[in-house]
Design a protein around this ligand. Structure first.
Ligand SMILES: Cc1cc2nc3c(=O)[nH]c(=O)nc-3n(C[C@H](O)[C@H](O)[C@H](O)COP(=O)(O)OP(=O)(O)OC[C@H]3O[C@@H](n4cnc5c(N)ncnc54)[C@H](O)[C@@H]3O)c2cc1C
Length: 406
């Protein structure tokens, strides 16, 4: 864990653009270090991707999404509508440059490099989230009961051996379970699942939206400004940055871009080129059924997360590469609903609500955190992909530490 002695910042005004989990954590941390902070979003805090994620604080997820062999899986992504990874044929030409980088990053060296960097970023995240939930008055949102990963049989578990070996190499405890072991932890899991791995030292946030809202409210209660505006253009000036919004113009000594999957819209015109792509994910929430499981359960063969949320059972997952503009394809959510009802028969008559969000993804799964190259005073906290909740709090510390040292 990093040394817990924060370096304070010289008095300054810092604008944080984007009030998702990443931007809110950064705004609060910079404020605590002495800066005067504006937190700007076109919407209320937490309405982007951070609204509907699966709540997993998954520090053991060190394997990037692109693993060796990913090229062979691309045809299935294109052709099989049931594949956990789906690529829209109409969007393929626009996605090609990103996909090429994604495939290239899957070399053994690229994977090892990404895993090292992800492990370093995840380090100590659970303890930091525990402290933050207490600080912002929602300690009950953090559930420390571990994660349970499920497979239909031992052969399916063995097919994922590479990912498990990587987790173990990074020091995570992985306990193999048979059907009796699964039932001892989660008795309501259907009989499709006969093999599992329990990871006792992982955590869950039981309401990601309420968490973001609590962080933003604490920031505002301590004198931070939460501004509702869409930033259309950023302009460097002699003493900082001017942010041009649809409703106003803001000046700051420094600006942090934390606008998730939409970040290229503000960065491209500045010549700051990020290989960022939206990986659209979906969830289905079964109202009032939050007690069907008692911890995060991962249906590993289908890459689906099942979470006991405050408002019900949330079943989230799937990756769809189809860009920012196309309407949600709720067939993806319907697949999640069907799998959930098959796995947990007691959900049979529980109504389900659908949601789609844009994960901000870099080809190598590693977010970009730090100063923007060649643009003094502009900072980036972008590309947290599948792990933005997990890494939000450590991202905030990294940005604040680096700003303090700059
Ligand atoms: C189905 C699903 C499940 C997931 N499960 C997990 C999980 O279990 N654990 C985990 O760690 N991660 C998970 N994630 C990933 C996680 O949700 C994201 O990585 C994270 O929410 C990204 O946070 P963010 O703050 O960068 O982006 P966002 O939450 O999208 O926030 C960006 C904000 O910027 C604002 N914005 C954009 N452009 C502008 C502009 N020009 N001006 C002003 N405001 C602007 C938007 O309104 C938005 O509020 C999941 C994602 C999905 C889709």
């Amino acid at each position: 864990m990093h040394a817990e002695s924060p370096r304070s910042l010289a008095p300054s005004t810092i604008a944080v653009i984007g009030a998702g989990i990443v931007g809110c954590c950064i705004a609060l941390e910079l404020q605590k270090r002495g800066a005067s902070v504006l937190l700007i979003d076109r919407d209320q805090p937490g309405q982007g991707c951070s609204y509907g994620n699966s709540g997993a604080i998954s520090t053991s997820s060190v394997a990037p999404l692109a693993m060796p062999g990913v090229l062979a899986s691309l045809p299935k992504m294109l052709l099989d509508p049931e594949s956990p990874l789906r690529l829209s044929l109409a969007y393929l030409p626009a996605a090609l440059p990103w996909l090429a980088r994604f495939v290239m990053s899957a070399s053994p060296r690229g994977v090892e490099d990404a895993a090292q960097r992800l492990a370093a970023l995840h380090h100590g995240a659970i303890e930091r989230h525990e402290a933050l939930t207490r600080e912002v008055g929602v300690p009950g949102l953090l559930l420390r009961r571990g994660h349970l990963h499920l497979y239909p049989d031992a052969a399916a578990l063995a097919a994922d051996a590479q990912g498990w070996a990587m987790r173990e190499r990074f020091g995570f405890q992985c306990e193999r379970l048979d059907r009796a072991g699964i039932e001892a932890l989660e008795p309501r899991v259907g009989r499709r699942y006969q093999a599992g791995v329990s990871m006792a030292d992982q955590a869950t946030i039981r309401n990601p939206l309420r968490y973001v809202q609590a962080i933003a409210s604490t920031f505002a209660a301590r004198g931070g400004q939460v501004i509702r505006d869409e930033i259309r253009r950023l302009a460097p000036v002699s003493d900082g940055w001017v942010l041009h919004g649809t409703g106003g113009t803001f000046h700051a000594d420094r600006a942090v871009v934390a606008t998730g999957a939409w970040s290229r819209r503000v960065l491209d015109p500045l010549g700051v080129r990020l290989r960022l792509e939206s990986q659209r994910g979906y969830h289905v929430q079964f109202a009032g059924a939050g007690d069907v499981v008692s911890r995060t359960v991962v249906l590993a063969d289908r890459k689906i997360f099942v979470t006991p949320m405050e408002g019900g059972l949330r079943v989230g997952g799937t990756v769809e590469i189809a860009g920012l503009k196309r309407p949600p394809n709720m067939h993806r959510a319907a697949i999640l609903e069907r799998v959930a009802r098959e796995t947990f028969p007691e959900l049979a008559s529980t109504p389900a609500a659908y949601w789609m969000g844009h994960r901000p993804c870099m080809p190598d799964s590693v977010p970009v955190i730090g100063p923007a190259p060649g643009r003094p005073g502009l900072w980036l906290a972008v590309g947290h992909g599948h792990l933005g909740l997990t890494d939000s709090v450590n991202t905030a510390w990294q940005i604040a530490d680096q700003m303090g040292a700059a």
